[in-house]
Write a protein that binds this ligand. Structure first.
Ligand code: AVI
Length: 357
C-alpha cells in the first residue's frame, strides 16, 4: 500500500466523475481526453484528523502510517526507495524484470488491471502490454498523483481504457460496480512494494478477503511481500546512514502540526526502528528527546505531555515467511498460488488465484 495524504478538507466520501464535471464547466477542450477519475474518498476528513489526534494523545502514543504521505512524505519515500539499505524496491523490480514473461503467462488476457496504491503508475506500466490488459484501474488516496498517472498510462497504452479511483485502502474496498462495467473481463489485482506489510496480519487478511470478493474464478492477485531475513539487514533498511528514513518518520510531526494545529518541535524527537522478532515486524517509533508538552487545536483542543524516552509508534512493517503468507492467502480464499523470489530470498512475489493452480 502506498497511501498518500493530501491537504485536509472536511467532507464525506463522494462519487465524482472528473470528466463529467470538466465537461460541464466547459474546461474540457474539444477532442481532449481527460482521465476518468472516480472519487470515493477525497482527501483527509475530520474522522481521519480525529483518529490521528486520538492516537497521538493515547498512551502508548501511536499513529497510522497513512499519515506519512503528504507531498513531503511522498518525496522522502521516493528517496528511501533509492537508498542502498532499502532493498525491497530494487529486489522486487529485479524479480519482475526476470520473471515478467513467465508470470504474464499465468495471467488472463483482456483483464482489468487494478493497481492498488498506484502512485505514479510506473510499476503497472511495465505490465499492461505484456498481459494484454483491457482496462487499467489505478487506486490511490492522492488524486494529485492519480491524474498524471492515468494520463501517462493512456499515452503509453492508448488501447487500454484507463481510469483512477481516489480511495483509502484502510477503508473497505468497494470496486464492484466499477469492475462490473466490464464484467466479461476478469480483475487482476496488482499490489506491489510489500505495502500489505503495513497492515496488521488481521487487517491484511481483511483486505485480501475484500480483494478476493472482487475476483471471479479467472481473477488473480499479483502481490509483492517482504520476507523475514537477517535482523541487521532489516534494521538497516529502516535506519539508513543518510537519515532519510529518520526524516520520513519525523515528517509525521509536521503533518500533525498542519492537520491538528499542533506545536510539535521536530528536533525534540528522534527516529528509532527495531525488528520485533516475536511479532515479525519492523517497528518505527519517534522517541522524545526530553520532557515536553504539545498542544493541539483541531479537531478539538488537547494537550499531551511526552516524557523523555517515551515513543510514538508510527509504523509496523510486517515481514512474512513464504509459508506464513501462503496461509494468509488461503485463509482469504485464494486456494492456489505461485511464488517467485530473488537469489537471496529477500523478497517474494505471489500470484494468487481463487482456485488451486
Ligand atoms: C510503503 N511501505 C511498504 C514501506 C515499508 O517498507 O514498510 C514504508 C517505509 N517505511 C519506512 N521505510 C519504508
Amino acid at each position: 500500500m502506498l497511501i498518500k495524504v493530501a491537504t485536509p478538507v472536511a467532507g464525506s466520501a463522494t462519487e465524482l466523475d472528473s470528466r463529467r464535471l470538466a465537461a460541464e464547466s466547459g474546461k474540457l477542450a474539444r477532442g481532449e481526453r481527460l482521465p476518468r477519475i472516480v472519487t470515493q474518498r477525497h482527501r483527509i476528513d475530520e474522522l481521519d484528523a480525529a483518529s490521528l489526534l486520538e492516537g497521538l494523545v493515547a498512551t502508548p502514543a501511536h499513529s497510522n502510517p497513512k499519515f506519512f504521505y503528504d507531498a513531503q512524505g511522498c518525496a522522502l519515500f521516493d528517496a528511501i526507495c533509492q537508498l542502498d539499505e532499502y532493498y525491497p524496491t530494487r529486489t522486487e523490480a529485479g524479480i519482475f524484470t526476470r520473471y515478467r514473461v513467465e508470470i504474464a503467462r499465468q495471467i488472463p488476457r483482456a483483464a482489468q488491471w487494478v493497481d492498488l496504491g498506484a502512485g505514479d503508475g510506473a510499476k503497472a506500466r511495465d505490465w499492461l502490454g505484456v498481459v494484454h490488459a483491457r482496462r487499467y484501474v489505478g487506486v490511490d488516496i492522492a488524486d494529485a498523483w492519480l491524474r498524471p498517472a492515468v494520463s501517462r498510462i493512456t499515452e503509453a497504452h492508448p488501447g487500454v481504457e484507463a481510469m483512477g479511483v481516489v480511495a483509502d485502502l484502510t477503508r473497505p474496498l468497494a470496486l464492484h460496480a466499477l469492475l462490473h462495467e466490464a464484467a466479461d473481463s476478469p480483475a487482476v489485482f496488482f499490489y506491489p512494494g510489500s505495502s500489505i506489510g503495513n497492515f496488521t496480519p488481521q487487517r491484511a487478511l481483511e483486505l485480501l478477503r475484500a480483494i478476493r470478493s472482487h475476483c471471479d474464478p479467472r481473477g488473480r492477485l499479483l502481490i509483492g511481500v517482504d520476507l523475514v531475513k537477517d535482523h541487521a539487514v532489516l534494521e538497516a533498511a529502516y535506519d539508513d546512514a543518510l537519515g532519510v528514513t529518520a526524516a520520513f518518520n519525523l515528517n509525521l510531526l509536521r503533518v500533525a502540526n498542519r492537520l491538528l494545529g499542533a506545536d510539535f518541535d521536530t528536533r525534540a524527537f528522534e527516529h528509532f526502528a527495531r525488528f520485533n522478532a516475536d511479532e515479525s515486524r519492523i517497528e518505527m517509533h519517534l522517541r522524545a528527546r526530553r520532557d515536553q508538552r504539545v498542544h493541539f487545536s483541531r479537531p478539538s483542543p488537547a494537550t499531551r505531555d511526552y516524557r523523555a524516552g517515551e515513543t510514538i509508534f508510527t509504523e509496523s512493517s510486517y515481514k512474512y515467511t513464504r509459508e506464513r503468507f501462503a496461509t494468509l492467502l488461503a485463509e482469504a480464499g485464494f486456494n492456489g498460488h505461485q511464488f517467485w523470489t530473488d537469489g537471496d530470498a529477500r523478497f517474494g512475489v505471489f500470484l494468487a488465484s481463487p482456485s488451486a493452480t
